[in-house]
Design a protein around this ligand. Structure first.
Ligand code: ZN
Length: 249
């Protein structure tokens, strides 16, 4: 874990695509590892339910970490932060949902410095609370914004702001869920990547599973391998490095 052969310390400093994947789709992510490697891309995997990973998944996740990918935290039971805090209090949220997830990951050999909000549900008070435990938090913009070219201004973090920006909003690039296909228009995402490549800075995107096994009927939120490759090729063509959250300054 301490050895990160793929890491290039200079690459995440001032321009980056931050591609992230949520939940616990370790086998599908491992299947995508050769694709990431072929583009020199390092990504971030935000893990929920670390106590439910089987031995094989832990082994695969360790290999992903050894490839230089970042392992982050996504909660113990995928609870929505504001709702949990409203119902049970901030202390209970940390004690029951966040600290056990963080400890579970640490026990498996994945000390995590970053957190992604389940369902992107957050507010300023949960940000303040979680920033006592994490360096950075990932939220999200509404998925229906991704076709909107003005999204670029919202997603793009200017280079000078990267080191101080603790909450990064991402946009979904999932292709669909089950047999339901999402809106295919990623104009806003493309515009954000172009803006980032042109001016420096960072843009954050997120997906869930990568639909290798049952592409036409994948139960979870998923991105197709074809779309994933298209995004990696787009960033690569713009000389925009794809780096993990742990590589940010
Ligand atoms: Zn999630």
């Amino acid at each position: 874990m301490t050895d990160r052969p793929g890491a290039r310390p200079d690459s995440g400093a001032d321009r980056a695509l931050l591609l992230t994947f949520d939940d616990r789709h370790v086998r599908e992510w491992a299947a995508a590892a050769p694709l990431f490697t072929s583009y020199g891309a390092r990504v971030t995997f935000f893990i929920c339910e670390p106590d439910r990973l089987d031995r094989d998944e832990v082994r695969l996740l360790r290999r992903l970490a050894d490839d230089g990918h970042t392992i982050g935290c996504h909660g113990l039971r995928h609870e929505r932060a504001p709702e949990f805090v409203a119902a049970h209090g901030a202390g209970a949220y940390l004690d029951q949902e966040v600290v056990p997830a963080l400890d579970g990951l640490r026990r498996l050999g994945f000390p995590s410095r970053n957190f992604a909000y389940p369902c992107s549900a957050r507010d300023e008070s949960t940000d303040r609370l979680l920033l006592t435990l994490f360096e950075r938090l990932r939220g999200g913009v509404p998925v229906d914004r991704r076709a909107d070219p003005t999204l670029a201004a919202e997603l793009h973090v200017p280079a000078g702001d990267i080191s101080s920006r603790r909450v990064l909003l991402g946009c979904s690039v999932d292709s669909g869920r089950g047999t339901v296909a999402y809106e295919d228009d990623l104009t806003g995402v493309d515009a954000a990547l172009r803006r980032t490549a042109e001016h420096g800075g960072a843009t954050t995107l997120y997906a869930h599973s990568v639909a290798y096994a049952h592409e036409a009927n994948h139960e979870a939120n998923h991105v197709t391998p074809a779309r994933l490759e298209k995004l990696l090729a787009l960033a690569d063509g713009m000389s925009l490095p794809c780096v993990g959250f742990d590589e940010l300054p």
